[in-house]
Write a protein that binds this ligand. Sequence first.
Ligand SMILES: O=C(O)c1ccc(O)c(O)c1
Length: 240
Amino acid sequence: MTLSLPVAGYRPAPDGTHPPLDFAGYRSTGLRAPSQAPIVVRHRLTEVTGPLLAGDRIGPSDHDLTTQHAGEALGQRIIVFGRVLDSDGRAVPDTLVEIWQANAAGRYAHARDNWPAPLDPNFTGGGRVVTDARGNYSFTTIKPGAYPWGNHHNAWRPAHIHFSLFGRAFTQRLVTQMYFPDDPLFAQDPIFNSVPDPKARQRMISTFDLDATRPDRALAFRFDIVLRGREQTPFEEPHE
Ligand SMILES: O=C(O)c1ccc(O)c(O)c1
């Protein structure tokens, strides 16, 4: 289900870009998908202006998830970076990019995650940055591990990082997941495959970038995010 609203200059993503809210193979969507038609709420000033979420909300270690504690996080260090773009490839500056992820063993630092993989006392798995004038963002983190999640027999999530972004308005929030190239777990993952268009699925997969690696320190993966238009990154949540 997509909410298409008549906003000036708005270009909807082609059909098949976003997952349906209820996808048979992804069991928990059946419980939380709305059972009634959406009510379209007219956009007023609050919805089409702001949010102003940058400035002093960002802490000095928020961009580096490997150094947020007394010791260094365990695992393969990676830089995850890219640009946030609007339709027509325009940069989206000053936008809040937040990530959350499992540790190198595939375990979240969360009370509800009781999979018996080790927790890392030096890794919480949350980060946030604001894009610069050219729409660039960059995090240093740890490559997350895959984990089993009980959706179906022997179900494993491919390694992924969750992203939340705000565009130029609260109504442009995007929640998505970034994957890593050539993951052998894609074929059996209903969350990845709930995006109908195979080309749109590819836009959730980062690319390895040797030039962006930090020698003797960290590998690098590029993930550009497009908030609107034909090349839109798939969203997880209801959207414009
Ligand atoms: O929606 C869920 O149930 C669910 C489960 C496991 C995940 O890794 C996830 O991203 C979502």
